[in-house]
Ligand binder design. Sequence first.
Ligand code: GDP
Ligand code: IMO
Ligand code: MG
Length: 429
Amino acid sequence: MKADVLLGLQWGDEGKGKIVDVLTPQYDIVARFQGGPNAGHTIEFENKKFILHTIPSGIFNPDTINVIGNGVIIDPFIFKKEINNLRTHNIKIDNNLLISEKAHLILPTHRLLDAAYEAEKGEAKIGSTLKGIGPTYTDKTSRNGLRIGNINRHDFQKAYNELKEKHLRILSSYDFDYKNNQIEGLSLEEYEAQWFDALKTINQIQHINSEYFINQSLDSGKSLLAEGAQGTMLDIDFGTYPYVTSSNTVTAGVCTGLGIPPTKVGEVFGIFKAYCTRVGSGPFPTELDNAEGQMLRDEGNEYGSTTGRPRRCGWLDLTALRYSIMLNGVTGLFMTKADVFNKFETIKVGIKYRKKSEQIDFVPFEASYEKLIPVFDEIKGWNSDISHVTDAGKMPDALDSYINYIQSKTGVPIKMVSVGADRKQVIKL
Ligand code: GDP
Ligand code: IMO
Ligand code: MG
């Protein structure tokens, strides 16, 4: 079998968790391939709501194996909280969750470094989730990191101490009071104690060589869905650098983050919101800094799943969407949060950018630095409640037209439209 991929085409929070949960019954394995607890993936069913940060969104189907791949980075403290929450709700996690022994660990001092780097940047800060993502991937790339497989080796404490000391030396060169900086409301010493305690939870979960497990599973006919975190416009190479995350969020990340060869990648499902949001700093050409933007925020409840920050809102940006489709090789689209437009009489879509006197229909290098002025198409809204529609035949004509419009502009079919947060609120096309 080939591995299918599901990932975000915008700036994250496209509703990946919800859609993975909807698709999970079709898959034997769901695997996260990059990112860490900067992710917040929301799943709602039976009036319950879960937000996952590290654990794949396939966990609510007891028959599916969930793998945290080598490309993911893990904070044991956050991981333990996730596990405990699932256990409280009687969600099965004993034999259906596996962790790659090659996944890297986020140390408490990685989080302090994240805070110090952000403070140093001042106005130019990235708006990081402060989960230690950048510093942990930096240590991975500079070959200083610690991995899950190191935890039970005899020299773990020594390796931990050495890396911590290195971090403290870096921190002491910053004009940043790291000694009084709290992590999740705790001092470094308190957080560290809980972090070490949480390694016991990590040890309750089976550590595996995930590249062998995954390739052997695919070869024996098992199906796999790779679950992306963040979104394509936050990719370290192709996003709006430097306002990006520190991993490859695109399809290529599946190959390095799970050990799946490119020849074994099957369908690529791209998730996008019917509009756009972004949390944190950085360019966002179609952003609405006005009452319409506030209406999107209110109707879409656009507040971060991980940090609670209000998300910046704006119209759909087709230039960025086509760029993401190109980079990922998207074979099928999933549009989420269509219901957020219920009260809109007209919907706008950014189709090009104006750069000085010329119009361009690609994402230029300058996208990271200069304001690109979007050129809009205007489309009639459905202006009615679609949150109970689950039958494609019962969609209002205006929604049908919006879907057709996007399909014709991207050349990719929309396979499903999501009209609410609950797993049942989907229209299959
Ligand atoms: P992810 O990071 O891509 O998994 O997305 P998040 O969970 O961070 O953010 C998506 C938010 O929208 C969550 O609160 C979801 O419960 C919610 N959501 C997902 N799909 C829909 C939808 O179709 N309509 C509405 N109104 N909310 C949705
Ligand atoms: P999910 O998986 C939205 C953003 C941060 C910041 C930038 C860098 O839920 O879609 P980092 O903590 O990675 O150093 O932050 O990336 N960011 C996200 N925005 N959804 C996410 O994940 C994000 N993960 C990181 O807000 O702008
Ligand atoms: Mg999210």
